[in-house]
Design a protein around this ligand. Structure first.
Ligand code: FES
Length: 188
């Protein structure tokens, strides 16, 4: 049986229509499953990117995470263990520490290198979004969970609304908790 990386290398040569660009309006995100691989299109500051939806670390719903600026990079913050993944390059960032007078202090942000596949994405004049899956040879850590249906359903099964995403990402170990009423009221 082919490994996930072997699967990744043998698919994705064609552009596939994934949905209307208008569906990015509510959250700036569109989640889909292409040839068994769970990917998410994000629109951040007017720019499109497409990244593997499921966190390489432990299968968390990375693409439902908050978007944060980390050292000038646009990152998804995985809701399970707060790994920071660059939404445009797939690199993982971590904050180093330094010691001063016996105290541990936060140091500079550093890259662990690419951990997630980034796929080609286009918005075309027909009003639709198209994706071509990355099939670059070689292992990428996100291949490990990319085809995992249970993990993928956490992303696809979440309403594509701000309230729905907030409700699905609470909980650090995959256990969803209900969105508090005060938060729902703010999310509208
Ligand atoms: S599952 Fe994403 S940081 Fe652990």
């Amino acid at each position: 049986m082919a490994t996930a990386t072997e699967q990744a290398e043998t698919i994705g040569h064609d552009w596939v229509q994934v949905g209307p660009a208008s569906s990015l309006a509510a959250t700036g995100r569109m989640h889909t499953c292409l040839q068994g691989r769970y990917v998410s299109v994000l629109k951040v500051k007017g720019q499109l990117t497409c990244i593997d939806s499921i966190c390489f670390h432990a299968g968390g719903p990375l693409s439902l995470g908050d978007i944060e600026e980390v050292n000038g990079k646009t990152c998804l913050n995985c809701p399970w263990h707060n790994y920071k993944i660059d939404a445009f390059t797939g690199e993982k960032y971590y904050q180093s520490v330094t010691w001063q007078d016996g105290k541990m202090l936060p140091g500079e942000w550093k890259s662990n290198g690419p951990r997630h596949r980034i796929h080609q994405v286009e918005s075309r004049p027909d009003g639709m979004i198209y994706v071509r899956l990355d099939s670059t040879p070689g292992e990428m850590p996100s291949d490990g969970y990319a085809f995992d249906a249970a993990c993928g359903q956490r992303v696809l099964g979440t309403p594509n609304t701000a309230a729905g995403q907030a409700g699905a990402t609470a909980g650090a170990d995959g256990k969803r908790t209900a969105t508090p009423g005060w938060l729902l009221s703010r999310l509208g």
